[in-house]
Design a protein around this ligand. Structure first.
Ligand code: SAH
Ligand code: MG
Length: 215
């Protein structure tokens, strides 16, 4: 069976959106989301930014009659702050003088026609995880890239993946020359826990399935 693909207008909205998800990885993310959505549970993303990847989760959720939940404090990661490599001056709130990606995210989602299929949570990932009660069909970790943030995302959210559900991690670079190692370390930890088994690799995107209880 061919991997599920997003609706053409979703793909167009995704390609037009600001963000950090290349198309190849986006298509792999969509295929994982479409599969996980069949469990009928929410799909959860850590790291909304301007909604580029959220659009894909939302489309998969809509198809399956479930919902995408996306968590971000909208103040940007370390490497997105002024003076750093991934800073974008267009997403600074001039009134408070800090980054604010929430308005751009809302416009992106509105333009894609997917607002009804997304619950946006504005907050710090570990705090949200602490008050989150239910199981999810998929957790997509694409938040902060320091060890502190990546491990907190894993510890807070991986235990919420339902049996048979998926844990998807972005920016996994086994070779330090290609990028930071925190997501890679989290990925190794997930495999070592034996609660997850790898099912797909597309560039830096890793898809793992929950197959055991050990976390
Ligand atoms: N998924 C996006 C890219 C996310 S960039 C895309 O497809 O384009 C990483 C995002 O994680 C940033 O918006 C940043 O604000 C957020 N972030 C970093 N650490 C976080 C934390 N501890 N809690 C919530 N959000 C966090
Ligand atoms: Mg990423």
């Amino acid at each position: 069976m061919a991997a599920a693909a997003p609706a053409p207008e979703t793909l167009a909205a995704f390609e037009a959106a600001k963000g950090f998800m290349p198309v190849r990885e986006g298509l792999a993310l969509y295929a994982a989301a479409a599969e996980a959505a069949r469990l009928g549970l929410p799909l959860l993303e850590v790291g909304t930014y301007c909604g580029r990847s959220t659009i894909l989760l939302a489309d998969a959720a809509r198809e399956a009659g479930t919902v995408a939940v996306t968590v971000d404090h909208h103040r940007g990661s370390e490497e997105q702050q002024p003076g750093w490599e991934y800073h974008d001056p267009e997403v600074v709130d001039p009134e408070v003088g800090a980054m604010d990606t929430l308005p751009t995210f809302r416009r992106t989602l509105h333009r894609a026609g997917l607002e009804d299929h997304v619950i946006a949570v504005v907050g710090r990932s570990p705090q949200v995880a602490r008050v989150w009660a239910g199981e999810v069909g998929m957790v997509f970790i694409d938040g902060g890239h320091t060890d502190e943030h990546a491990s907190a995302d894993y510890e807070g959210w991986a235990p919420r993946v339902a049996d048979g559900g998926l844990l998807v991690i972005h920016d996994v670079f086994p070779d330090p020359a290609d990028g930071g190692q925190a997501p890679y370390r989290v990925y190794l930890r997930a495999l070592e826990s034996r609660a997850f088994t790898e099912v797909a690799v597309t560039d830096s995107l890793r898809v793992l399935r929950r197959t055991g209880a050990g976390i």
